[in-house]
Design a protein around this ligand. Sequence first.
Ligand code: HEC
Length: 112
Amino acid sequence: MAQMSGAEIYQQLCTSCHGVRGKGDGPMAPLLQIEVPDLTRLAQGPAGEFPAEQVRRTIDGRSERPAHGLPYMPIWGLRFYDPEKPDDAEARARGDSIVERLIGYLQSIQED
Ligand code: HEC
């Protein structure tokens, strides 16, 4: 994933549930017990702007569970960050970069 753009990472990992255009209509969506959110409308939440920090925590996922619980979202942080090297700055920077690219992509598909 090192060289992929946010759009490419999204296409590879996220469309099965969130759909090619982020509308929450991926092929897996009907199989889940809950509705898959429309990722093009994140900027229309209560904050009135794109909630980058919340999106970051949701995608990372490692600190969300079990306290808040996003039961159907895979915990991508376990894949993006090397769990064997929690203190390795380079490994962390690589994970951060993947998450940042995804956030940038999601920000770019917001509708008004
Ligand atoms: C297995 C299905 C599935 C996959 C794959 C998936 N998601 Fe999700 N996602 C969900 C569901 C369902 C929710 C609603 C919260 C929950 O899990 O209960 C969600 C919630 C979210 C939210 C929070 C939306 C909000 O309204 O705050 C974001 C952001 C998000 N996903 C991004 C992603 C990204 C980026 C990827 C790919 C790296 C991804 N998702 C892959 C199912 C999925």
